[in-house]
Design a protein around this ligand. Structure first.
Ligand SMILES: Nc1ncnc2c1ncn2[C@@H]1O[C@H](COP(=O)(O)OP(=O)(O)OP(=O)(O)O)[C@@H](O)[C@H]1O
Length: 354
């Protein structure tokens, strides 16, 4: 009888601890759910605007946002691509977005368009451009992205202005690792897994720290975890497409790995996959680099803008690119393996990962 009092005390304490932990877990889940929920769902001139909750969008009203969007002009354009035009939208001195106005016709036939956009709003990763919201209307659709102040890798490598210094080796290495981390996240950590399908240097944007952010999910297709591929009409960009894609038309994660290998070669050589000099010589970047590697002359393929670089480290990245560019997709590494190999290069050299 004397022992029963402490026992009852312990049982009570355990029960209380159990109940408190359940309450905390429920509160955390609720907080996460409300954070993910759409904050604005409105009808504006027959369209539907959806903004995902985030510190950047919290203080925004949909009407004020749309008013500013309607005032965008040609001088606000920061880029354009096959799917539409990208504008810089400044809300106030601390807040700006990149607004992509999609050409109508690319998405209006897609019944899953809105569902896919909602899924994209949930993707938050330090190496992926955040989608803050979207607007769907009869005449046009808008995608509202986080603005990347340093533009695209393509522009930084190939369209440098006279004042811009060429990208140095440490920046290129960081960009390679960041892009690999973003892509690996899409392939392995998102449920359903995501195949990007249009990896190229213009879809790798650079944030304020010059870190890589994978962008443009206009072509990405969500797939169920047990699926290994999705079949579609030809998508992607010439020069980056894996050879098997021309035969099968099937987009796979290994197709993204191939495209990433081409981006690695761009970072190393400073040349575009469709550089005019290759066309004149009847070759292409991938074939040219493979020849150079067979002759063990990688240093000769390095971008002439790179005045100082660690030869051994660079050779190892050529070797990673070579694996990504294996003609047989089953021999290509997964993106998580590519990321590990890239990170390992720095660990081997300096004893720690950058
Ligand atoms: N979030 C962003 N922040 C800053 N600039 C951006 C952003 N999104 C796109 N851009 C700029 O707009 C350009 C065009 O982007 P867009 O995604 O429309 O086309 P693309 O990637 O060049 O080609 P495609 O449409 O064939 O994929 C980019 O190269 C980049 O310079």
């Amino acid at each position: 009888m004397a022992n029963s009092a402490p026992l009852a005390f312990y049982i009570t304490i355990c029960c209380i601890a159990f109940i408190i932990s359940k309450i905390i877990i429920s509160l955390l889940c609720y907080k996460r759910w409300t954070r993910k929920r759409r904050i604005i769902e409105d009808s504006l001139s027959g369209g539907k605007m959806v903004m995902f909750i985030s510190p950047m969008t919290q203080a925004l009203s949909s009407k004020a946002f749309m008013k500013k969007t309607m005032k965008l002009t040609n001088k606000d354009i920061i880029g354009s691509g096959g799917y539409g035009t990208v504008y810089k939208l400044v809300v106030d001195e601390n807040t700006a977005f990149a607004v992509k106005r999609l050409n109508k016709g690319n998405c209006d036939k897609d019944l899953g368009f809105e569902r896919e956009l909602n899924a994209m709003g949930d993707i938050k990763h330090r190496n992926i451009v955040t989608l803050h919201g979207f607007y769907i209307a009869q005449q046009f659709n808008l995608l509202i992205y986080e603005l990347m102040p340093n533009g695209s890798l393509d522009a930084r490598l190939h369209k440098k202005s006279a004042e811009e210094k060429p990208l140095d080796w440490p920046s290129r290495y960081r960009i390679a690792v960041g892009a690999a981390r973003g892509l690996s996240y899409l392939h392995h950590d998102c449920i359903p897994h995501i195949i990007h399908r249009d990896i190229k240097s213009s879809n790798i944007l650079l944030d304020h720290n010059m870190d890589a952010r994978v962008s443009d999910f206009g072509l990405a297709t969500l797939m169920e975890p047990d699926q290994t591929h999705v079949s579609t009409v030809v998508a992607g960009t010439f020069g980056y497409l894996a050879p098997e894609y021309f035969d099968t038309g099937k987009a796979t994660t290994k197709g993204d790995v191939y495209s990433f290998g081409v981006v690695l070669l761009e970072l190393l050589t400073g040349k575009r996959p469709t550089d005019e000099s290759f066309i004149e010589e009847g070759t292409k970047l991938v074939t040219w680099v493979k020849g150079v590697m067979e002759d063990k002359r990688e240093e000769h393929a390095i971008d002439s803008d790179l005045v100082c670089f660690p030869v051994e480290e660079v050779k190892k990245i050529f070797a990673v690119a070579e694996q990504c560019l294996e003609p047989d997709p089953s021999k290509r590494p997964t993106m998580s393996r590519v990321l590990k190999m890239l990170e390992q290069i720095k660990i081997d050299k300096s004893g720690y990962a950058s």
